[in-house]
Design a protein around this ligand. Structure first.
Ligand code: NOJ
Length: 724
């Protein structure tokens, strides 16, 4: 049963001074002092843009002297830290808060645990390709077990920003382009992180982000403006945040961007009318890093004080890193520009999550012993491997070159084949390079006598390696710095240097198997042509090498399906399956919606992915019943291997009061089929799931002809139609 802390919150608030209340709204990160006089945020930035490596970051964090602003902490001016991820430090700081401050209010430790803490699992975009909520929840649980053992109370995840533009680097952090998938993914993560009782020592509060529509930034450029109709916002972007709130997420992070001209950080419509009033959320709203101060740069606030005023009035409880609240709120409250009741409400939200986490009763939730015993447990690695295997998408497999036969001799090429640090992808600040297993290492561990040809090898060495092998495996794609935050790309191809390698290998006439490491879709038509097989491995995490070999060697039959469209050229971006027809859908005629110099079709469609077996869909039935549209289909494994198939159900409303997308994913199911086996899958699409918004923003039931498509990808065949 949910506990009610309201009277304890009120009692505590009544004892607090204005300064202490404001202190509860302050989150900061440690600054590094001495030779590296940079803030934690700056250091993070340095890692993200490649100025320092992940390892250097880790070393600096652990060895450089850190300033935790302990005087401020003692004075009750700090409520929360971002970036403290070790039990020893967390314990030491918590003791100061509890034992040395006037009211003994415990600290809240937040951390970016995006896809695993120490046992890094695949990036979210990759993991979404498993289409498996149980898996998403399970890896979320592992992340929470580890992070809470290291002192973390709250993660800045899940990110459920629907992302339709592959140029945006942060597409890597979410579940791709579809709103239904992002909703299912986010809700599963919330369940995994938080468990069933937030006060348990291994439960971690989820902070859903970035509210809202951060993934819709114009031209895929990070932090850019979002300008869209309310209809589209509500149909395609808002449901995933709401799904997380409904799943019980206890914190929300407003996005950096503006929506239709009002930055989310000062957007009271978003943070009060929608989040709190309509959705009934009473958790913590915490800004993104420095986002309140950035409202001055946005041009919505005159100065820092005005930014602080607007943010708190709009419903922003906690200030991450900008120090505007701690600097300006006292004056604002004393002058009456910010009513004290608003301050109480914000401080109350902070206290509530601290109560819910059990911090007042058990402020020291972990020990160094527990941390040591928990991080990187073998069973967590097993789950990381399962997740990595299920994330892999087989994009091409000409002449069934894969799986490789046991006697096959292969040679490995490309720097990424032997790279450990790159395997985690972006946002893995708790990771250690030594924990990751590269492809080359995994080959050796399996006893495969495959030659690895390093990136420095000259032409002759490369030729010799190729000659001695039956197949050539090239690991190419993106480094982890090439996706993630502040890593938008205007050209999403594979680098020329890597393409040269692929061409050289293809010239030998031997089959080339490309393993892709990347954090976003890549526009790779030439690579697709030259390769015999293309294996999309994404940034798979600590178990990268073993998982990829599980697929290459055929121990596991690939089952992943894309949750993001792969354009053929960057200029097609934003490209997504749920587009509208227009009055002139792209076709042969010149005067249709298309480009002169790019194909109409994507390189790989949403939902697509191959297997080592084949599946047939038969007996499709679509019926109108009382509780919704019933769609059933028999799926048979017609090939020679057992496998898992992801069955997808799409609808198209042929008419509406506003034009409807050509397809919308309405349900999916992942089923295991032995060779020769048939299973019938039934989807029930409730009528409420067909509602959309009319011109006046009134929710409207679906009407007219509804076509239903069922199959193994977004180009699935028509299963039937009904009249609504
Ligand atoms: C900036 C990012 O936008 C956000 O996702 C992250 O949680 C914060 N920094 C905290 O590190």
């Amino acid at each position: 049963m949910k506990k009610d802390y309201e009277s304890r919150i009120q009692e505590l608030l009544s004892k607090m001074t204005i300064e202490e209340k404001i202190g509860q709204l302050q989150q900061c990160g440690p600054s590094l002092v001495g030779a590296f006089d940079v803030s934690f945020d700056e250091l993070l930035n340095m890692m993200f843009d490649g100025r320092i490596s992940q390892e250097e970051f880790g070393r600096l964090m652990s060895t450089a002297e850190q300033d935790f602003h302990e005087e401020d902490l003692r004075a009750g001016r700090i409520s929360s830290y971002n970036g403290v991820g070790d039990a020893g430090t967390a314990d030491r700081l918590q003791r100061i808060a509890v034992e040395e401050t006037r009211l003994g209010i415990p600290l809240l430790f937040g951390y970016d645990v995006i896809h695993g803490f120490r046992t890094v699992t695949p990036i979210p975009l990759a993991e979404s390709c498993a289409w498996e909520p149980e898996l998403w929840e399970k890896t979320g649980r592992v992340a929470a077990e580890e992070a809470t053992a290291a002192g973390v109370h709250m993660t800045f995840a899940p990110m459920v920003d629907v992302a339709k533009d592959a140029r945006w680097g942060r597409i890597s952090e979410g579940a791709g382009e579809d709103v239904l998938l992002n909703s299912a993914y986010g809700a599963a993560k919330v369940r995994g992180f938080q468990g069933d009782d937030l006060s348990k020592e291994n439960a971690m509060a989820a902070c859903v982000k970035h509210f809202a529509a951060y993934g819709a930034g114009e031209a895929g450029r990070d932090y850019n403006r979002v300008d869209m109709s309310p209809q589209r916002l509500w149909e395609e972007y808002m449901p995933s945040y709401q799904a997380c709130v409904d799943a019980g997420a206890r914190a929300v992070m407003p996005a950096f961007n503006d929506i239709n001209g009002v930055p989310c950080s000062v957007n009271s419509w978003l943070l009060r009318d929608i989040l709190r009033e309509r959705w009934g959320f009473n958790g913590l709203v915490i800004s993104d890093s420095n986002a309140i101060a950035e409202c001055v740069i946005h041009g919505i606030a005159a100065d820092r004080k005005d930014a602080a005023r607007q943010a708190i009035l709009a419903g922003m409880d906690m200030d991450m890193a900008s120090n505007t609240y701690i600097e300006c709120l006292k004056e604002l409250v004393e002058s009456g520009e910010v009513p004290e009741s608003v301050l109480d409400e914000a401080a109350g939200d902070v206290l509530r999550i601290k109560f819910e986490l059990g911090l007042f009763d058990h402020p020291y939730r972990t020990t160094q012993k527990r941390e040591q015993e928990t991080l990187l447990r073998p069973e967590y690695r097993t789950i990381a491997r399962e997740a990595a295997v299920k994330s892999i998408v087989l994009l091409k497999n000409k002449d069934r070159v894969l799986p490789l036969k046991p006697e096959t001799k292969a040679a490995l090429f490309g720097a990424l084949a032997a790279d450990k640090g790159q395997m985690t992808g972006s946002w893995a600040i708790g990771a250690k390079e030594k924990d990751c297993v590269s492809m080359a290492e995994a080959c050796a561990a399996r006893g495969l006598d495959w030659q690895y040809c390093g990136p420095d090898a000259d032409e002759a060495v490369l030729q010799a390696a190729a000659e001695g092998a039956d197949v050539l495996i090239a690991a190419v794609g993106e480094t982890k710095e090439e996706s993630g935050e502040a890593a938008s790309r205007a050209d999403i191809t594979v680098s020329e240097e890597q393409m040269r390698l692929i061409r050289q290998l293809a010239d030998t006439g031997k089959p080339v198997i490309v393993v892709l490491f990347n954090g976003r879709p890549l526009a790779i038509p030439e690579l697709h042509e030259l390769a015999a097989a293309v294996v999309e491995a994404w940034h798979p995490g600590v178990e990268a090498g073993p998982a990829i070999l599980d697929i290459l060697c055929g121990d596991v039959n690939p089952s992943g399906k894309l949750t993001t469209t792969f354009p053929a050229v960057t200029g097609q971006c934003p490209m997504y399956y749920a587009h509208i027809n227009t009055g002139r859908p792209g076709g042969k005629s010149k005067f249709t919606s298309k480009y002169l110099d790019a194909p109409l079709e994507p390189l790989y469609p949403f939902g697509y992915g191959l297997s080592y077996t084949t599946y047939a869909y038969t007996g499709q039935k679509v019926e109108k019943k009382e509780d919704g549209i019933h769609v059933s289909v028999a799926v048979t494994n017609t090939g020679g291997r057992d496998g898992d198939e992801i069955v997808q159900c799409y609808v198209q409303q042929m008419t509406g009061r506003r034009v409807r997308p050509v397809r919308q994913l309405k349900d999916f199911a992942k089923i295991s089929l032995k060779t020769g086996e048939t299973k019938t899958v039934t989807f029930v699409i409730p009528y409420a799931g067909l509602r959309y918004y009319d011109w006046e923003m009134k929710e409207t039931p679906g009407e007219g002809i509804l076509k239903v498509y069922v199959g193994g990808d977004s180009q699935a065949e028509l299963a039937g139609q009904v009249v609504l």
